[in-house]
Design a binder for this molecule. Structure first.
Ligand code: FA5
Length: 358
């Protein structure tokens, strides 16, 4: 069959189809990602595309011309659709590669876990303080606390140490606000908490008071300028020195275990009368005598005694009705003895190699 194509119809449709195809190809190649390509597809081969408009012109052609022109448009559409498919595959591969690179886990990477927070634990002194509290609580004592920045009244005067009392010398400290009567200082012992407790509570009192203390002490193997004490106070009717000795011995057995005993040696404190130093069998050598106990077989832990009537008077407790005893000893010193540390200063060094041992 002879073609009846004329210059006015099919060739112009063929030329238009070639131009539309060339434009479509450029736009397909320019699409930067799959979303852009979908938009390009809509405008190049979609219902409202140039190709679709060319298709509507076929209706005006004679049947034979329509077939040839239709084939030209169909071929152009087929090639564009093939190119769309290839471009889509290429863009899809590019996107996958980019996502894989972004989400890549390098399983060969060596991790030292240096960035992970390491699990810590309580400091040896804090552990010791908690064990002491537990021991005394089991013996029927309550736990109380007081401020570390104290007034001269609580740290000295109420404890029977008026201004210029010579005993103040061995408890010298850092003064925060000078001038009587509100002079504020860093407390040198936990004994001021006794005073606060007796002021705020009616006897009977059975309490221990742990806390941090400060002194103008030169650091050495057994002293640091900041340390901890635990104070004990019992005020009730008919309390005797025998109760004090019995309590110290009961505590020693409960805390150190069988085989470790206590003894009291006469001493002096302005706020107790009579006063004593209390010592326990050296837990390191079990009383045999070693370097830590200087060969004596005993280790001094703290001071104690019967509450001085002047202290009762300062806080308004009737010394005719009540009597009591008090004790105070160093928590750091106890931790040092129990852990067998030759020098107390390691407790403040913050060396993890030391701290992790406890
Ligand atoms: C007192 O502080 C009295 N308040 C104890 C007391 C309380 C006596 C109640 C009577 C009644 P002393 O200054 O001796 O006493 O200290 C008691 C203990 O605290 C010492 O035996 C020691 O274990 C500890 N300590 C004292 N100074 C230091 C220091 N610089 N470093 C470490 N521990 C210390």
């Amino acid at each position: 069959m002879t073609s009846r194509l004329t210059p006015e119809n099919t060739p112009s449709i063929a030329a238009a189809a070639a131009a539309v195809e060339a434009d479509g190809r450029r736009r397909i190649e320019a699409a930067a990602d799959l979303a852009a390509l979908r938009e390009v597809e809509r405008t190049v081969v979609g219902k409202r595309s140039e190709l679709a408009r060319l298709h509507t012109r076929l209706a005006r052609l004679a049947p034979e011309e329509r077939r040839d022109a239709g084939a030209v448009i169909h071929d152009a559409r087929t090639r564009l659709q093939e190119q769309l498919g290839r471009r889509a595959a290429a863009l899809d591969a590019e996107e996958r590669a980019r996502r894989v690179a972004e989400e890549r886990l390098d399983l060969t990477e060596i991790s030292t876990h240096a960035w992970l927070p390491r699990r810590g634990h309580l400091h040896l002194v804090t552990q010791t303080r908690e064990e002491l509290e537990d021991t005394f609580v089991a013996m029927g004592f309550a736990v109380a606390e007081g401020p570390e920045a104290e007034t001269d009244w609580y740290n000295f005067q109420a404890l029977n140490m008026p201004p210029a009392h010579p005993a103040r010398g061995m408890w010298d400290t850092l003064y925060l606000r000078l001038g009587e009567p509100g002079q504020v200082l860093l407390r040198t012992h936990t004994s001021p908490v006794q005073v606060r407790l007796m002021e705020s509570r009616e006897p009977p009192i059975y309490a221990v008071m742990p806390g941090r203390c400060y002194r103008r002490d030169t650091p050495d193997a057994r002293h640091t300028p900041v340390f901890h004490q635990i104070e004990g106070l019992v005020v009730d009717r008919g309390i005797t020195f025998g109760d004090l000795a019995g309590t110290i011995e009961a505590f020693t057995g409960a805390y150190f275990g069988a085989g470790i005993h206590s003894r009291l040696r006469p001493s002096y404190f302005p706020f107790t009368e009579p006063s004593a130093e209390f010592e326990v069998t050296c837990p390191i050598c079990a009383g045999e005598g070693c370097r830590t106990c200087s060969g004596s077989g005993w280790i001094e832990l703290g001071g104690c005694g019967m509450v001085d009537p002047n202290v009762f008077e300062a806080v308004g407790v009737d010394a005719e009705v009540y009597s009591g005893f008090a004790f105070g000893f160093g928590i750091d010193r106890l931790a040092q003895v129990r852990a067998g540390l030759s020098d107390m200063r390691v407790l403040l060094d913050n060396d993890v190699r030391f701290l992790t041992q406890f």
